[in-house]
Design a binder for this molecule. Structure first.
Ligand SMILES: [Zn+2]
Ligand SMILES: [Zn+2]
Length: 97
């Protein structure tokens, strides 16, 4: 009993400073979280690509790479604004929980 220090010493985890890559919760691809996700105003969303984007779906509690993301248009406006959303549940993603 008492004050045993385990061999691993100290706390586990912690984000350990900037630049740590995330892993996609669906396919384990390494993802690079953008500093922020912006919405796009455009009548032709097909001109924009999701390539390299990543996001966190607060509804699935999962980090997602661009394969599981799509542009969603929650307000149904003619020109958007289009947001980056989860393909599975069509929730707008964020940059983290
Ligand atoms: Zn993925
Ligand atoms: Zn989702």
């Amino acid at each position: 009993m008492g004050f045993l220090k385990n061999l691993f010493g100290g706390k586990k985890g912690g984000s350990g400073g900037g630049g740590t890559p995330w892993k996609c919760g669906q396919c384990s691809a390494t993802i690079q979280m953008p500093p922020r996700l912006m919405s796009i105003i455009s009548t032709d969303i097909n001109r924009f690509a999701l390539g390299g984007l990543a996001g966190y779906c607060p509804s699935c509690n999962t980090y997602l790479c661009s394969k599981h993301l799509e542009f969603i248009n929650p307000s149904n406006g003619e020109a958007g604004p289009w947001m980056v959303g989860c393909k599975r549940c069509r929730t707008a993603v964020t940059t983290g929980p």
